[in-house]
Design a protein. Structure first.
Ligand code: TRP
Length: 334
């Protein structure tokens, strides 16, 4: 029934807890695709081990990430929700694509350079070939559209290059994917340094709102958000902090910048920060409640994982079979 639909694929790492930026910029919008597209949303645990992980923690976060996807509105009946390591075709295609990915290309990836600098004692081969595993994730499903943050754009361009290179040699095997980088509220900045993106791995907890932060924590973090020495709620030179709060407020209430300026005309930063904190806490309340319910039900999450893995594996096998034939592997029954 889905066969004629175009495909959306996205992945999220089960590391660090997701932020308001991940929610507003990405996950919240994922559910809208499923009317028009066949959607695959994958918890990429294989990518996660490119940096050292505590095994028990990785396992827990894998369940939690799936529960969070669902709490954010992704219905497992309308989307394929699955865990990367459950579908071995990802590892198999990644190896093949490694042989069609150039050392020079991988060396130019800015995420590799950043992560190597951060993990100087563990610059492993997986960290280096991370992008060809990501290309395998995407290309296995004949994906048309990949919703990602702007930081993943370079990896997506490499996926396209790999697909084109492979197609150039063997004919049209892969659909060449397009990135989908939402422009509205795509970029939520740090509350402590508003010139930097809000990052789930920021060591300063006050800089980051987590989707699962409780109400008091959210309100407190917004109270402490760095602004400027002025007092007017409006955009302008040197007012990046206020502007960030305005776009967050706009994203959760649907109000425009002009409406927000009018609403807070003559009122100070204190009032405004409290309003932003409360609005964000309100909008995440349902997610948090649903997460608590789902994450307590491990058996149900495992049923979803199993269903997702079997659906994903079926689609992946089609592409992988074709690829193996093209490159000249033999095919036997045993
Ligand atoms: N690299 C992505 C990130 O860190 C996660 C990811 C892995 C991904 N495979 C993917 C995203 C495929 C989109 C499509 O955010």
């Amino acid at each position: 029934m889905f066969q004629d639909k175009k495909v959306v694929f996205s992945g999220v790492q089960p590391s660090g807890s997701l932020t308001l930026g991940n929610y507003l910029g990405a996950i919240k919008n994922f559910s809208a695709f499923s009317d028009e597209y066949r959607c695959y949303y994958c918890v990429v645990d294989m990518h996660a081990i490119t940096v050292r992980q505590n095994p028990a923690e990785l396992r827990r976060r894998t369940y939690d990430t799936l529960a969070l996807y669902m709490a954010c509105g992704l219905d497992p009946e309308r989307n394929v929700l699955f865990v990367q390591s459950h579908v071995p075709a990802h590892a198999e295609l990644a190896w093949i694509l490694d042989c069609y990915t150039m050392f020079g290309e991988l060396s130019r990836m800015t995420q590799f350079k950043d992560k190597s600098a951060k993990n100087a004692d563990n610059i492993n081969a997986g960290l280096f070939t991370y992008p060809s595993l990501m290309a395998a994730d995407i290309l296995l499903y004949q994906t048309e559209l990949v919703p990602v943050g702007v930081d993943q754009k370079q990896h997506l361009e490499l996926s396209r290059d790999i697909a084109n290179r492979f197609n150039g040699v063997y004919g049209d095997v892969f659909v060449v994917p397009e990135p989908y980088i939402p422009t509205t509220s795509a970029k939520i900045m740090s509350l402590a340094e508003p010139s930097k993106k809000m990052s789930k791995s920021d060591p300063n907890e006050n800089a980051v709102i987590r989707i699962l932060d409780d109400r008091d924590t959210i309100v407190r973090k917004f109270k402490r958000a760095v602004t400027d020495s002025g007092c007017e709620v409006r955009r302008g030179e040197g007012k990046e902090g206020i502007e960030n709060l305005m776009s967050i407020y706009g994203a959760v209430t649907g109000k425009s910048f002009d409406e927000i300026e009018r609403e807070f005309d003559g009122r100070g930063y204190g009032d405004f920060k409290l309003a932003v904190g409360e609005a964000v806490a309100d909008s995440l309340e349902g997610v948090r409640r649903e997460f608590a319910r789902l994450s307590a039900d491990k058996k149900y999450l495992e049923e979803i994982m199993a269903k997702g893995a079997s659906e994903a594996a079926r689609a992946a096998a089609r592409t992988l079979g074709k690829v193996k034939k093209k490159v000249g592997f033999t095919d036997i029954r045993y």
